[in-house]
Design a protein around this ligand. Structure first.
Ligand code: FES
Length: 191
């Protein structure tokens, strides 16, 4: 094991922060929300998943923030819809100084698109394909503000309004056929 790698999330008192967690992104989002709260921020959390069974750590989240909003795509728990629906509503009411989003890449892309018209600084935590994690293999490169960055050493946090998400999604699906083959093989072996 090597680590910690990369650049830590910049924790300070921004004022009022919205943490947006999608799927398993809820785990790192919990720790970040807790740290923001301890730094004196007012923290609101929007947590989303496809369905009720995929929501976890709800009690922990309540401790880490002052307001918790939950959405599910299928409406089986919380509000039916996407995290961006709630986020847009919150931003329309105003009073937010920072948004931080951790979750699937399409979710982070649409969080950044949602916050852009409101002019609220938005940090996203990128998860490109990584191999060495030390800046040598180049697998994790992402384009931010037109420049190549390595998520493993320069990130994972970047300004969401400057990330080329479409390129990142293309790069992350590069091995999709092999990944699907691997899943099929594993299912066959287990089943
Ligand atoms: Fe290899 Fe970042 S994972 S350069």
């Amino acid at each position: 094991l090597a680590g910690p790698l990369g650049t830590p999330t910049h924790i300070k008192n921004y004022g009022t922060v919205v943490c947006v967690a999608g799927g398993y992104g809820a785990a790192p989002c919990y720790l970040i929300a807790k740290a923001f709260k301890e730094a004196g921020n007012k923290v609101h959390m929007v947590m989303g998943a496809r369905t009720k069974d995929l929501i976890f750590w709800q009690d922990k989240m309540k401790d880490a923030c002052s307001e918790l909003f939950i959405t599910t795509d299928d409406g089986s728990y919380g509000e039916k819809g996407f995290v961006t629906d709630v986020l847009k509503r919150l931003l329309t009411n105003g009073g937010y100084d920072l948004v931080i989003a951790i979750g699937p890449i399409p979710m982070m892309k649409f969080v950044a698109k949602t916050t852009e018209p409101f002019g609220v600084k938005t940090i996203v935590s990128l998860n490109p394909i990584m191999i060495d994690g030390t800046g040598m293999c180049g697998c994790c490169r992402v384009t931010v503000d037109g420049k190549t960055q390595f998520a493993c050493v320069d990130g994972p946090d970047f300004d969401g309004h400057l990330v080329d998400f479409d390129e990142l999604m293309r790069r992350n699906s590069f091995y999709r056929a092999e990944e699907e083959h691997s899943c099929r093989m594993e299912a066959a072996l287990n089943g």
